[in-house]
Design a binder for this molecule. Structure first.
Ligand code: C2E
Ligand code: CA
Ligand code: CA
Length: 566
């Protein structure tokens, strides 16, 4: 019943009692009539007439299951099959326990056992059910996500809080699901396939929550939330469900889904907050394709608190210049002796309370919040200024590369910013390099390519960072505007022991040669690795074997020496 109608008939809410036995109709009418206006029907057909004519006025239907003609089950099916009628709650009247479960499965809101000897219990159940449904129906925001047919996020949250009120003692799990690199699926297979995948996941989730008395929604493009009674291993049960629906083109989708589960979510937190926690768990394994599930727990809680602290302290940190730029030299290794060639600017946070913090800890936090641009601009300026200063002092310098986040590339004035930084510092495009992580290219490639092309036309060289961790195909690689491939550390780590990894590097060298790209290997720690890499033809090396990232003063010493003692 909608708000407006409720106002018009301020009187009593209307209940339809459907039962073929007159004695039952009478008894229920008697119990209910002081609080409700009661309509009665003696069989299914008559009931259906009333339901159809009173559809907007009925607050509840009490339905006998066993009747001659159209019985209760049939009626329940009809009601559930009509999106308008489905809004009216149905309580089933029955004397059989097995019938209760079955009718609940068919969409009944509750059941009342016969005979009716506890009027207060009956009244309480009825009131509870009406309240529940009214609260749900009030949320009129377009309830459903049109692509998957799941609830939308607003409705879902509202529904979840109502569930909390009604099932106070149940332990509930808040679950967040996300498809890894969904945009890549979209780009490679097309939007239609992308949509089909989302619909398939939607269907699996819908069936699953239906069977487990929970609810589900799509909260953004490729993300889903579930709220349901606690279970120990939701993930594998869901995996079975999803796998069972996969067909032809849509296989192995399950392997692409990551789960964040907040088990037995704390009810003292608002519902949104509980899902933030599930999402936090889910995002904590973003990019780590080995891990599918992450549980929100106390350590994660601490981690979250830590992230919040970092976010809160960032502005002050910038103002008080707590961020320092370190420089890690890169050496050209294909000559007789390794020769200093350039350096990478890497930021560190010297926090007054927490001490020195690694960028691996705070960059991802700032990236999630878009704050990274502010920090990056600071680092770019500082690195450019430093190069300018060395140039003034020594009359020569080496190029320094700075890291560029995906977020930076989306900023409208990115190219202008870089240009003005170089001008202000008095350095040229040959003394400044940009590192763009491989995954940035796979996200919004057209836009990234356009921006990167403009930078290259200014004479800047672009390195593709973390190469091998993203998904760029060979095809893509040949059309990307880059100058240098920076091999991810993962390739180097086992190169001494793994024939396969070594072969991989050799293969990449072939490709790079064909595409006329230079290759940097980073994370080189041992002499053995260095020698192997030299043999494969890798041009440049960066890593602890030569030097850790150094504060500016120490980098200056290296610069003066021009090469390393080693
Ligand atoms: P990255 O760009 O891949 O940088 C290389 C990381 O590897 C650096 O970690 C470096 O210290 C480390 N590393 C270098 N040689 C070795 C080695 O031989 N062994 C090992 N195990 N590690 C080595 P760092 O400085 O902690 O930076 C981590 C990441 O943080 C960077 O990865 C980069 O993605 C990001 N980052 C650092 N500074 C900035 C910045 O100013 N802006 C942005 N957007 N990101 C930054
Ligand atoms: Ca880098
Ligand atoms: Ca890297």
């Amino acid at each position: 019943m909608n708000e407006f109608l409720k106002d018009v008939i301020k009187l009593k809410r209307r209940i339809l009692v459907v039962d073929d036995e007159e004695i039952n109709r009478r008894m229920l009418s008697k119990i209910l009539s002081s609080d409700y206006e009661v309509l009665t029907a003696e069989d299914g057909d008559r009931a259906l007439d009333i339901i159809n004519s009173e559809r907007d006025l009925l607050s509840l239907i009490l339905l006998d299951l066993i009747m001659p003609g159209k019985d209760g089950y049939e009626l329940l099916n009809i009601i559930q099959g009509d999106p308008q009628l489905r809004k009216i709650p149905v309580i089933v009247l029955t004397s059989e326990e097995s019938a209760e479960v079955q009718s609940l499965k068919k969409g009944a809101a509750d059941f009342i056992p016969k005979p009716y000897n506890l009027p207060d219990v009956i009244l309480a159940r009825i009131e509870k059910t009406i309240q529940l449904y009214e609260t749900i129906n009030i949320v009129k925001a377009t309830q459903f996500d049109s692509l998957t047919g799941l609830y939308n996020k607003e409705y879902f949250m509202e529904y979840a809080s109502v569930m909390d009120q009604f099932y106070r003692d149940r332990e509930m799990d808040a679950v967040a699901l996300n498809v890894n690199r969904f945009h890549v699926l979209n780009e490679i297979h097309g939007r239609n396939t992308g949509d089909a995948i989302l619909r398939m996941i939607g269907r699996a989730l819908k069936e699953y929550v239906y069977e487990h008395e929970g609810i589900a929604c799509r909260y953004d493009a490729d993300g889903f939330f579930l709220y349901l009674p606690h279970e120990d291993d939701i993930c594998s049960a869901l995996s079975e469900k999803i796998t069972s629906l996969e067909t032809g083109d849509l296989n192995n989708i399950f392997n692409r889904i990551r789960y964040g589960i907040y088990p037995k979510a704390n009810r003292e937190y608002a519902i949104h907050r509980r899902f933030d926690c599930a999402l936090f768990a889910c995002n904590s394994i973003k990019g780590d394709f080995e891990k599918r599930v992450s549980y929100y727990d106390s350590t994660m809680h601490e981690k979250e608190a830590y992230s919040e602290r970092l976010l809160a302290d960032m502005e002050t940190g910038l103002k008080e210049r707590q961020f320092r730029v370190y420089y890690q030299p890169k050496y050209y290794i294909q000559g007789e002796e390794p020769a200093l060639s350039s350096a990478e600017a890497l930021v560190r946070w010297i926090h007054p309370v927490l001490g020195m913090i690694s960028p691996a800890k705070f960059i991802p936090v700032f990236e999630d919040n878009g704050l990274v641009s502010k920090l990056d601009r600071y680092v770019w300026k500082e690195a450019a200024r430093q190069v300018g200063e060395w140039k003034m002092r020594y009359g020569f310098t080496i190029p320094v590369s700075v890291n560029v986040s995906r977020v930076d590339l989306m900023e409208a004035d990115f190219v202008e910013e870089i240009t003005s930084i170089m001008t202000d510092a008095g350095i040229t495009a040959s003394e400044y390099l940009l590192e763009v992580t491989e995954s940035a290219y796979t996200e919004d490639s057209d836009r990234i390519i356009e921006v990167v092309n403009r930078l290259r036309s200014l004479g800047l060289k672009i390195e593709m960072d973390d190469f091998g961790t993203g998904y760029s195909s060979l095809n893509m690689l040949s059309s990307l505007p880059i100058d240098v491939l920076k091999l991810d550390m993962g390739f180097i780590r086992n190169i001494e022991n793994s024939e396969k990894d070594l072969k991989m590097v050799e293969l990449i060298m072939d490709i790079a040669g064909y595409l006329n790209l230079r290759v940097v290997a980073e994370g080189v720690e041992t002499e053995e690795q260095y020698k192997l890499l030299k043999k494969t033809g890798v041009h440049l090396i960066q890593g602890y074997y030569f030097s850790k990232p150094l504060p500016a003063e120490e980098m200056e010493d290296v610069l003066k020496r021009g090469f390393l003692k080693k």
